[in-house]
Design a protein around this ligand. Structure first.
Ligand code: NAP
Length: 248
């Protein structure tokens, strides 16, 4: 029996990186996967085909998680197509890194909207179907930066810390209805983004991690599968750090 057999999952921001890794792992574990993207239309269409090859139902939606109305429409469309939603993974996120001295109001707002308001938008929309079926697992992608801060990322760190407060509050509000809400705090995860960086800089980062390597999308996806599955049935309101020991 696969860990997510027959479950219906919605994953935001799955065209690339960690979200894509989660979508593939979920499909491999038997989940039917609805996912979103914003600008990577071709990558979204390719992923839909890759996921279908696992013999599950998959569909990509172009939808801006930062937009309240669009998120409501997205959830309505997913329910029309799939019947319900058992698992929500709020993964979509962006960075607009710069020192506070240089940070514009726009850079602050863009990050807060894409990273934090998005989590409110989509969680609020899935609340109703999850309450109706009296079960659900919501998984929010935070970051170690939301716990320890990072120079040049005050907007990003604030959004990721906000996700943790939101996660714990939702867990308290919805626990009695058998709806769980947890966060994952990835550390340094090597994606397409980090592949473009100077190898020496990346090597320095790897050496600072107790496990002496950067994490992979698969490392984060494995923790996400656990939180989505019945293996974590008694776990809610928690933050799991997937950081190779960085935060120890
Ligand atoms: P990524 O490669 O840049 O991918 C981000 C994904 O989010 C893309 O699929 C993008 O879609 C989507 N997206 C961005 N804004 C969106 C919006 N408003 N609505 C819908 N989709 C949107 O990022 P990643 O490295 O995989 O990171 C994924 C998550 O993990 C983020 O929340 C990030 O903050 C968190 N995280 C990452 C790391 C790391 O080291 N990589 C560490 C800690 C936490 P398009 O391609 O269509 O724009």
């Amino acid at each position: 029996m696969k860990l997510l057999e027959g479950k219906i999952a919605l994953i935001t921001g799955a065209s690339r990186g960690i979200g894509r890794g989660i979508a593939l792992k979920f499909a491999q574990e038997g989940a039917n996967v609805a996912f979103t993207y914003l600008s990577s239309v071709e990558k979204g269409m390719e992923l839909e085909k890759e996921l279908e090859a696992f013999g599950i139902k998959a569909k990509g939606y172009r939808s801006d998680a930062a937009d309240y109305k669009a998120s409501e429409e997205l959830v309505n469309n997913v329910i029309a197509d799939f019947g319900t939603i058992d698992v929500l993974v709020n993964n979509a996120g962006i960075t607009r890194d710069t020192l506070l001295m240089r940070m514009s109001e726009q850079q602050w707002d863009e990050v807060m909207n894409a990273n934090l308001k998005s989590v409110f938008n989509v969680t609020k929309a899935v609340q109703k179907p999850m309450l109706k079926q009296r079960k659900g697992s919501i998984i929010n992608m935070s970051s170690v930066v939301g716990i320890q801060g990072n120079a040049g990322q005050s907007n990003y760190a604030a959004s990721k810390a906000g996700i943790i407060g939101f996660t714990k509050s939702v867990a308290l509000e919805l626990g009695s209805r058998n709806i769980r809400c947890n966060a994952i705090a990835p550390g340094f995860i090597e994606t397409e983004m980090t592949a473009a960086l100077d190898e020496k800089v990346v090597e320095g980062w790897r050496n600072n991690v107790p496990l002496k390597r950067g994490g992979t999308a698969d490392d984060v996806a494995n923790a996400t599968v656990f939180l989505a599955s019945e293996m974590s049935a008694y776990i809610t309101g928690q933050v799991i750090n997937v950081c190779g020991g960085m935060l120890t």
